[in-house]
Ligand binder design. Structure first.
Ligand SMILES: NC(=O)c1ccc[n+]([C@@H]2O[C@H](COP(=O)([O-])OP(=O)(O)OC[C@H]3O[C@@H](n4cnc5c(N)ncnc54)[C@H](OP(=O)(O)O)[C@@H]3O)[C@@H](O)[C@H]2O)c1
Length: 217
């Protein structure tokens, strides 16, 4: 992390991962701008936190908020809406040109452990779970959408320093350890640990253009 104060633009600040990401950045003395649908859900109060009301589908708001930030992090999802359409892919397709326009380079996106790697298959057990557990939980659309984001970033956003975290989250609760990046290994982590991982990884140059899993080393 830079020693000086950075500005983070966070999408999903009211979510289970995003709220911990925001706390972490504020704790380190950084500034956070958050676009949230329901500002009353934001529990954190901090002079370095700027809350803006709106949806990621409001491209004008997204574009305006990108101006002047150092890092953009998206930990967003709406399984019901994503069952119908790829809202995150549409959002990222609007975010990237806004980042280019304002000269903002670094972007971290949290996808899931069941998100297929680009032009590859998931391992057998993950495929099996995806076709059963994930399907019956109504989360297939969310993973299809996350795969759309990954495909767009790889094919059309090589100039952006994007990082995709294919997170495997099981529970809320306290930290179970430090998550590390891996192409093959994953652990069922807590939201907090995933947020800390995202926060650390967003400044990790070696993670640029990766779409790795994470595991407790
Ligand atoms: N949950 C898991 O077990 C899990 C596991 C692995 C990976 N993931 C991935 O990680 C991502 C984040 O998951 P999470 O569980 O931390 O999130 P979450 O608790 O479900 O929260 C999602 C966040 O996205 C926001 N959001 C959704 N649609 C929005 C819109 N149109 N405009 C603005 N904000 C919007 C929500 O805002 P509101 O408060 O307004 O709803 C909320 O802050 C998911 O998309 C998923 O792909 C999740």
């Amino acid at each position: 992390m830079k020693n000086s104060q950075s500005i983070f633009l966070v999408f999903g600040a009211t979510g289970q991962t995003g709220q911990h990401f925001v706390s972490q950045a504020l704790m380190d003395g950084h500034r956070v701008k958050a676009l949230v649908r329901s500002p009353e859900k934001v529990a954190i109060q901090n002079p370095n936190l700027e809350v803006h009301q709106g949806s990621v589908s409001e491209s004008g708001k997204v574009r305006d908020l990108v101006a002047g930030v150092d890092f953009v992090a998206a930990m967003i999802g709406d399984a019901k809406a994503q069952a119908e359409e790829n809202i995150n892919t549409t959002f990222v397709k609007q975010l990237v040109p806004a980042m280019r326009q304002h000269g903002v380079k670094r972007f971290l996106y949290q996808a899931g452990g069941f998100t297929k790697p680009y032009k590859a298959s998931l391992p057998f057990t993950s495929r099996l779970l995806k076709n059963t557990l994930v399907r019956f939980s109504g989360l297939l659309g969310q993973h299809r959408d996350n795969e759309g984001v990954l495909e767009f970033l790889i094919e059309d956003a090589a100039d952006i320093e994007w990082i995709v975290h294919r997170a495997s989250i099981l529970s809320n609760g306290p930290s179970k350890g430090i998550l590390k990046r891996s192409k093959t290994k994953f652990s069922l982590a807590t939201f907090k640990d995933c947020a800390v991982y995202n926060y650390r990884t967003i400044t990790d140059e070696s993670a640029i253009h990766s779409y790795d899993l994470s595991y407790y080393a």
